[in-house]
Design a protein around this ligand. Structure first.
Ligand code: NCD
Length: 304
């Protein structure tokens, strides 16, 4: 990678992505070979927003490499509550850890934090901005199921506020992927992401109905409407529950369709989909461990 910090997927070339995914595959094949790789490493976890998968899989990843994690804990129990700035918080915790994982409600926060510290900052979600490590595990999952060549992917739901969407769509421009975006008009891709996709020469189409393109898809990536980012609850209510798939939706899909979701889901995928061959979202979440192990292994290896 160009730099140690991982702030957006715009930084990642195809070779960078493949390096991480190949290392993750090696780890999956022989986890024991990596068990003591970084036994003196400490990872700092700074989560200013709720998290289950991202935080726990990073913690599992560093522990499976032989290292350990220190966790700032909740905002309410940290010095942030006393008015400490993000810049000060990261400068302090940089003294305790070899890399910092940061999730924060403000877009641009990971970039800002990276300007204050020398240890790598891994952006675990900056508001409605980016979520690059989620994308790495998404790409790993796609590579294992549909493959990353000649891929047709549908990305549905909250394309406006969904940071996993922004990161995934941007990273897919490195591959031979046709991207179809499905959302109500009010939740279409933001201008900045649209610009990045255009600049990268991506093959992109936008739709309001899934039916139009479902049969052509290899992967359907469903996302949650990001209720917490809506400035107005009434606006949320207008779109809540509009895009929902169930077992009957899949009747029109290819037999090889892979359904993905970064999770947590609310009601956008009915539980009846979970037992179908298409459902891949729990495996996707599990892939967070080998992929984050791979990323940490590569970063810490480079630092030595
Ligand atoms: C996502 C997030 O936090 O952006 N969750 C995750 O990290 N797997 C998606 C979401 O919250 O909808």
């Amino acid at each position: 990678m160009d730099h140690d910090h991982l702030v957006t997927t715009k930084q990642l070339s195809r070779a960078d992505v493949e390096r991480v995914l190949d290392r993750a595959a090696e780890i999956d094949a022989d986890p024991a070979a990596f068990a003591q790789r970084h036994d003196d490493a400490v990872l700092g976890l700074l989560f200013f927003e709720p998290s289950t998968r991202t935080k726990m899989s990073f913690e599992t990843a560093i522990k499976r490499l032989g290292g350990d994690a220190v966790d700032m804990g909740s905002v309410d129990s940290s010095s942030v509550k006393k008015g400490e700035s993000l810049a000060d918080t990261v400068r302090v915790i940089e003294g305790y850890a070899d890399a910092l994982v940061l999730r924060h409600p403000l877009e641009g926060s990971a970039k800002m934090a990276s300007e204050y510290v020398d240890v790598p900052i891994l952006n675990a979600g900056d508001g409605a901005g980016h979520h690059p490590t989620q994308t790495l595990l998404d790409l790993y999952t796609i590579r294992e199921t549909a493959g990353l060549d000649d891929l047709t992917v549908g990305i549905m739901g909250d394309l406006k506020y969904g940071r996993t969407v922004h990161s995934l769509a941007t990273a897919l421009t490195n591959f031979d992927a046709h991207q179809h975006f499905v959302a109500p008009d009010s939740l279409k891709l933001p201008r900045s992401v649209r610009y990045d996709l255009h600049e990268a020469g991506a093959s992109v189409r936008e739709h309001t109905e899934l039916e139009e393109i479902l049969p052509s898809l290899d992967v359907l990536y469903v996302t949650r409407i990001q209720r917490e980012r809506f400035p107005d609850e009434n606006e949320y209510q207008k779109v809540a529950g509009q895009y929902r798939i169930d077992e009957s939706t899949l009747a029109a899909a290819s037999d090889d369709l892979t359904v993905m979701h970064p999770l947590p889901r609310v009601d956008e995928i009915a539980p009846s989909v979970d037992d179908t061959a298409a459902a891949n979202y729990f495996q996707q979440a599990h892939n967070g461990v080998p992929v984050r192990m791979a990323l940490l292994d590569l970063l810490l290896e480079d630092q030595q």
